[in-house]
Write a protein that binds this ligand. Structure first.
Ligand SMILES: [Zn+2]
Length: 331
């Protein structure tokens, strides 16, 4: 038997609305028998599919937590058939600290799946999702945005999968989310991702990037809230009709690793293109200025392929190795 130390304070089998915690024992200097208390909400009404909705996988991304805290505060259940499990901030210690990775063990939750039941705090959280929450779910939505060092066009994404039927079901759910853009995503490194773990179970999985810069906007929050509702309606769990985006969704692809432009200098970024701009291979995307001395020629970064700018580095100071831009191709 697995011995993950997390105890839920809610009963996953009980009908109704429950608000509680995933209690993860965390003994430390200021609390000998203390715990990390990860907020969780469940809506359950009779038989039906289960949706697992998460935000705060990275602690400095706020569209997910904001939309999910809003949804979790609803007091209606008569329009729900099945079960909705909501964890607004998966990596809760990182969310509390406003940082991408956990301040407790410096781990990035989205790089350590499937996790370990007897590991550090972040590994235990990953293990609990891998072996308890995800197996209960049919539909899984994980809401990301760029955090403090990236800014994205708002998109819902799915991956290319070996199981083409599953891939098609993921694409349909990403499409139903109703973001202004939809992306077939190519990951820099899929090892240890929550995405890969959920997809390996054969679940319908949608991820997003809805903005970034360590903040939100009325528009990005509107997209996230609409997406949560649409995802649940698409899953057949929430009554209602899909709310269409204001204009037709633009479908993007990432056909190869030339979609990524990494920085080989440190300095100050002078952008030549903005999010959403079309670019052609060889066109300047940014100039990187030395901040050590004046009159050093700026390093020019050229577009590695044709496409549309779907992500950019923030803030304006850049370090060697940073991701400067991501380019998508309109399908
Ligand atoms: Zn993220």
């Amino acid at each position: 038997m697995r011995a993950n130390p997390i105890t839920p304070t809610i009963d996953f089998d009980r009908d109704g609305i429950q608000h509680g915690f995933l209690r993860l024992p965390y003994s430390r200097n200021d609390s000998a028998w203390g715990a990390v208390m990860i907020p969780i909400t469940q809506f359950k009404s009779g038989e039906g599919s289960t949706a697992l909705l998460t935000g705060g996988n990275h602690g400095d991304e706020y569209e997910g937590p904001t939309a999910l805290l809003n949804f979790a505060a609803r007091d209606r259940i008569d329009d729900i058939r099945g079960r909705i499990i909501i964890v607004p901030a998966m990596n809760y210690p990182a969310f509390q600290a406003g940082t991408r990775v956990s301040p407790i063990d410096s781990l990035n939750l989205n790089r350590i799946f499937p996790g370990r039941p007897n590991g550090s705090v972040t590994e235990v959280i990953a293990d609990y999702f891998s072996h308890t929450l995800v197996p209960m779910a049919d539909y899984v939505l994980d809401i990301h945005s760029g955090g403090k060092t990236l800014d994205f066009l708002p998109f819902a994404a799915s991956h290319i999968l070996d199981d083409k039927d599953q891939q098609q079901r993921c694409e349909a759910a990403a499409s139903a989310f109703g973001a202004p853009y939809r992306l077939q995503m190519l990951e820099i490194d899929a090892t240890g991702l929550y995405d890969t773990q959920v997809e390996a179970y054969g679940k319908v999985f949608v991820t997003t990037e809805l903005g970034g810069g360590g903040t939100t906007s009325p528009e990005s929050i509107r997209i996230a809230k609409r997406g949560v509702n649409n995802f649940l309606i698409h899953a057949g769990i929430l009554d209602g009709t899909l709310q269409e985006p204001e204009r037709d969704t633009i479908c993007l692809d990432m056909p190869d690793f030339r979609c990524y432009l990494f920085c080989e200098h440190s300095g100050l970024v002078e952008p030549c293109v903005a999010l959403g701009d079309p670019v052609r291979e060889g066109e300047p995307m940014a100039r990187i200025h030395s901040i050590e001395r004046t009159a050093v020629p700026a390093a020019e970064y050229l577009a590695p392929r044709d496409g549309v700018v779907i992500a950019r580095h923030v803030p304006s100071r850049v370090q060697i190795g940073d991701c400067l831009f991501v380019i998508g191709e309109i399908m």
